[in-house]
Unconditional design. Structure first.
Length: 124
């Protein structure tokens, strides 16, 4: 018998959980979890998905695109206008690495803790 798995949480390591939660809160509009603190912060989405940010002592951000410190994971965000979304995210504190292997198909940015994430076109 196979059971269905439901993704309920994604947690990212970082040096400053509240700072990274604030970045993603501005990006997604999700609510800051009321028990967030300096060690663990989180955002709650209306459908129950939780995005967590946990403090790791001596956190080392990933090195994109190199693998001396692997990226560990990345998030994809579907957007209608990649250029407009990129401009907004850069203003909010994201960074754009020089290496962009997607051409016009997708865009790679880095969050303030160095995690890569992609902007992909919305499926219409």
């Amino acid at each position: 018998m196979r059971s269905t798995l439901t993704l309920v949480a994604i947690t990212l390591d970082c040096a400053d959980p509240l700072e990274l939660a604030a970045f993603y809160q501005r990006v997604t509009g999700h609510a800051l979890h009321p028990k967030s603190d300096d060690e663990f912060a989180g955002l709650s989405r209306e459908d129950g998905l939780f995005i967590g940010f946990q403090r790791v002592n001596d956190y080392q951000p990933p090195h994109w695109p190199g693998q001396s410190v692997p990226q560990q994971l990345h998030l994809d965000f579907a957007v209608e206008d990649i250029g407009a979304a990129e401009a907004m995210l850069l203003e909010l504190g994201a960074a754009k690495p020089e290496h962009q292997p997607g051409g016009d198909r997708f865009r790679i940015l880095l969050d303030p803790a160095g995690h890569p994430f992609c902007l992909v076109p919305s499926q219409r």
